[in-house]
Design a protein around this ligand. Sequence first.
Ligand SMILES: C[S@@+](CC[C@H](N)C(=O)[O-])C[C@H]1O[C@@H](n2cnc3c(N)ncnc32)[C@H](O)[C@@H]1O
Length: 286
Amino acid sequence: MRELPLDDLPKHSPWPARLLGCDDWEEQPGYGGIGVSTYDEVYGKLRSLVRENPEMGFRELQRSANHYAEESPVAISRSESLYLVDVDEKQELQDEALVASLAGTLDGGETVVSLGCGWGYELGVLAESYTDCEFLGGDPTENGVALGRDLFGDRDRITVEAFDFRDDWWDLLEGVLADADPDEVVLFTQGSLTALPSVRDIVVETLADYADRVRAGVHLEHVYELHPEDTLLGHLRRGYADLREYNDDMLASLRVADGIDVTSATYDVIGGNPLHPLSEVRWKPA
Ligand SMILES: C[S@@+](CC[C@H](N)C(=O)[O-])C[C@H]1O[C@@H](n2cnc3c(N)ncnc32)[C@H](O)[C@@H]1O
């Protein structure tokens, strides 16, 4: 891992030139406009890969997808510093941030409900680190749920089900809460609230309704409101999020939601894309 000066970021990312209009890149529909079907298509391809290679485990699948998407070295960020790392090291750092996000919240016996878990890679990583907790993931993609079941169907601590943030109530969570002590349920998201163009209604109207029935919420998400307004990197990150139509209201929504008490917000714990880093937000029932 070696430090990458911001000035050299354009050598490793097309985005600074695009954002500054120095590239004749044709604007694609923003992330906010991509929708569930694009994820479903990607997960469908991964599902075919697993069908062709039935011995492939979840880590190998992720590694294969990573190497297909990028070539080493790749730019990442941590705490507003940029680095160059190889593709596998990037995944290790992302896994470390994932596991660390739940440290101090889990002490054994809890059920972690991961909302928007994709095909469940994060469930596999967490289950290996927190060996006496259970992991329930939900995603709206048919292929994501099916692939998660193909990969984790034989593990009794990991379950994957259909779930959509936009539903008025969340059957996935109702099911867990019906049987569990509220103190034993932890809500988690990684990069999935980002997939929505605005999260205000979902956080204030739906998530908040469940807040007093769980121990805590932990989010590893792209948090627009934390991007500094007085640094070049902060401006590039804001420009990136604006261009790709990522939401800009996650932290503000959690802070105004009844029944939710945001206890920490840590900026840029890992940026697999250095212009779009994950921040860690934790909350407790108020
Ligand atoms: C960037 S991926 C993150 C997946 C996984 N959490 C991870 O970190 O690898 C975003 C995920 O959000 C999910 N998503 C998109 N819209 C959603 C919605 N309305 N409700 C729940 N999940 C959604 C997508 O299907 C996708 O799996």
